[in-house]
Design a protein around this ligand. Structure first.
Ligand SMILES: C[S@@+](CC[C@H](N)C(=O)[O-])C[C@H]1O[C@@H](n2cnc3c(N)ncnc32)[C@H](O)[C@@H]1O
Length: 335
């Protein structure tokens, strides 16, 4: 039986399946980043050496990567001839989940033995790659949060002059807003310097350098800023959990209410902690998301915990768009 058949029929995986999948997970992220997944998409038979040459890759290293992908049926391989395998389309559409894990969080998982020890859990006891996480999240958002985000945006009563995005990452959300609303300006706020630089760079590249600005700030305890008075739309995607635990989240969201006195709508989209799944059935991405945050000591609330929070924050929940993948994700519409 193939891995795909074993999994789909609820059968037992072997140690080999698990080991090969772990190697393949690295290969998926790399194959996306260097362009191999795009080359394979829709292709029939590709020659490994020609493929490597075209993309400026080492042919032997490329063959090794493709062998890892073939071991779990993401590609078919016959010597140096490769093509998309039975799992290619599914894996290719979810490649950003793999990238988030194996490129963005590799430092954290590599350091797991040290991270687990109580005595080490102080200060900067782990590291993740913020630039890789932003890269993954930009694509991840396209099929997960963006449709829900735009559904919520369509319900906005009127135009708005300035939008601020908390945890702006790559800046993509502000760029999309600037594209759709030609008179709107954007302010990106992020705790990480690389994200701020990426937002400024990408905004300039998209031709919005004069309408989008970004600066480094901690959204959990935001200092006042004159520009915030003009903000009418507030967005925050894939970082809402950073406000938690509960007591801190109440305080942070109240502070945001004060810092942005003229905000008419606050769209907060995030993945919450799954409830009710057997460990074996946890959907794609949620296990990585939950285990990584457990390792980092970052509380992940359930959707019910979010629901029980808003009444204490000065924000009123006026709508909600559920998201299927990642499971237990949602966009809250707050006023
Ligand atoms: C998973 S990324 C999501 C990026 C972006 N919002 C998106 O939808 O693609 C989370 C971002 O939030 C930022 N972040 C985390 N904690 C933060 C905080 N306390 N204040 C501001 N930004 C924060 C991270 O640096 C990172 O860029």
């Amino acid at each position: 039986m193939s891995i795909a058949e074993v999994v789909r029929s609820g059968g037992q995986l072997t140690a080999t399946d698990i080991y090969n999948s772990a190697v393949a997970s690295w290969a998926i992220s790399a194959a996306w980043e260097v362009g191999v997944l795009d080359e394979l998409n829709g292709a029939a038979n590709l020659d490994v050496v020609e493929l490597a040459e075209k993309l400026g890759l080492d042919p032997i290293a490329t063959r090794g990567m493709l062998q890892a992908l073939a071991s779990v049926e993401i590609v078919t391989r016959d010597g140096d001839t490769v093509g998309p395998g039975p799992l290619f389309d599914e894996v290719n559409s979810y490649r950003s989940y793999f990238h988030w894990l194996s490129r963005g969080c590799s430092g954290l998982y590599t350091e797991m033995p040290s991270v687990l020890k109580k005595e080490n859990r102080l200060g900067a006891f782990y590291h993740r790659d913020g630039a890789a996480i932003s890269y993954a999240c930009r694509e991840l958002s396209e099929f997960s949060f963006d449709p829900a985000f735009w559904a919520a945006m369509d319900r906005l009563p009127t135009d708005f002059a300035v939008a601020a995005d908390l945890g702006c990452g790559s800046g993509e959300r502000l760029i999309q807003i600037a594209r759709k609303y030609p008179h709107t300006r954007g302010i990106g706020l992020d705790i990480g310097r690389p994200a701020v630089e990426m937002t400024l760079r990408e905004a300039a590249r998209a031709g919005f350098g004069d309408r989008i600005t970004a600066f480094q700030a901690d959204a959990r305890d935001l200092a006042a800023h004159a520009e915030f008075d003009e903000v009418e739309l507030l967005t925050c995607f894939m970082m809402g959990h950073d406000f938690w635990p509960r007591e801190n989240a109440v305080k942070s969201l109240r502070t945001l209410r004060e810092r942005f006195p003229n905000v008419r709508r606050f769209l907060l989209g995030d993945t919450t902690r799954t409830v009710g799944y057997q460990d074996r059935d946890i959907p794609l991405f949620n296990l990585g998301f939950e285990s990584a945050h457990d390792l980092m000591g970052q509380y992940i609330p359930t959707i019910d915990e979010w629901h029980g929070l808003f009444s204490e924050t000065g924000w009123t929940l006026v709508g909600e768009v559920p998201i299927g993948s990642p499971a237990a994700s949602v966009v809250f519409e707050l006023e």
